[in-house]
Design a protein around this ligand. Structure first.
Ligand code: C2E
Ligand code: MG
Ligand code: MG
Ligand code: MG
Length: 285
């Protein structure tokens, strides 16, 4: 195609490719430094009950504010971290920071809640992951039931035997395991049932669709119904509207995460919310 359209087009394409490669190299170099120099931070998003009266858990999400480039989204740098192997030191830092934060809130007398960390498929496929989690729990003194690992549905599909063994070992440490972005990976609940999991997070794309069409609503209704039979905690992600909340609740979903209740917040703001909304409703949006 480029050839047919002439030289200029070709040059245009090759320049963008070049730029992309340069950008990747830059991010790789800067990310390595960011991990070492503590430029990364965490924000926390609550998982609430229907009325927003109780915060049932938190999800930690990584943020990167580069001194010159500004905010870089995890959607940009996580894939680069995965390709370059930087995901391993990054993941260790994340896990450690979340356990330290959870422990510190418990020591301040806040009600203990499970805190979730996202685990990249590259981390699950690394043999040492079980050891790492065990080490972090020992170092920080956090009881395992307050740590949850979110793994995407997609990461169960590859190398499933090894993944099953790893998840069984992680589970035996006493931590919780949740399937993230469920509905995007073309796997069935019957397939997922083979893995030792505690919770299922319904992907935002489904949460968006339930208010648009009866067919999608029925599908999500069925998924939640089966997940309940399987004794899984069901969490809806990306809930933005009250209408979605009401429908999901009528389908049997009991935990909700999304901008309707709260955006992800930095640690100090989250701490304030945990204090204030300890049994008082969140305001909603
Ligand atoms: P995820 O784990 O599915 O996280 C949910 C994403 O949806 C987050 O984006 C969150 O800010 C956003 N979100 C939550 N509620 C709403 C809502 O109501 N509306 C909309 N439009 N968005 C909402 P974020 O923080 O940009 O993270 C994007 C993805 O990057 C995450 O998807 C996760 O896959 C990855 N990620 C983020 N932090 C980490 C991390 O610490 N480690 C790893 N391995 N991946 C991470
Ligand atoms: Mg997640
Ligand atoms: Mg998710
Ligand atoms: Mg998602």
């Amino acid at each position: 195609q480029a050839k047919r359209l002439g030289r200029n087009t070709f040059r245009f394409y090759s320049a963008t490719m070049h730029e992309k490669i340069r950008e990747r190299r830059l991010i790789e170099k800067e990310l390595r430094q960011a991990i070492e120099e503590n430029q990364l931070s965490l924000v926390y998003q609550p998982k609430a009950d229907m009325k927003g009266q109780q915060i049932l858990g938190l999800e930690a999400l990584v943020r990167w504010n580069h001194p010159e480039l500004g905010w870089i989204s995890p959607g940009t740098f996580i894939p680069i971290a995965e390709e370059t192997g930087l995901i391993h030191p990054l993941g260790k830092w994340l896990l450690h920071s979340v356990c330290v934060q959870n422990r510190s809130w418990q020591e301040k007398g806040l009600p203990p809640i499970p805190m979730a960390v996202n685990l990249s498929p590259y981390e699950i496929r690394q043999e040492k992951i079980v050891e790492h989690v065990q080490e972090v729990l020992a170092e920080t003194g956090l009881e395992p039931q307050w740590l949850e690992l979110e793994i995407t549905e997609g990461s169960l599909l590859e190398d499933s035997f090894a993944t099953l063994k790893t998840l069984e070992q992680l589970k035996s440490l006493g931590i919780r395991i949740a399937i993230d972005d469920f509905g995007t990976g073309y796997s069935s609940l019957a397939y997922i049932n083979r893995f030792p999991i505690d919770a299922l997070k319904i992907d935002k794309s489904f949460v968006d669709k339930i208010v648009l069409g009866a067919k999608d609503a029925k599908l999500v209704d069925a998924i939640i119904g089966i997940a309940n039979i399987m004794d899984l905690t069901v969490i809806a992600e990306g809930v933005e509207k009250e209408e979605q909340l009401k429908l999901l609740e009528s389908f049997g979903c009991h935990q909700f995460q999304g901008y309707f209740f709260s955006r992800p917040l930095p640690a100090d703001a989250m701490e304030e919310m945990l204090r204030q909304h300890n049994n008082k409703p969140l305001t909603g949006s």
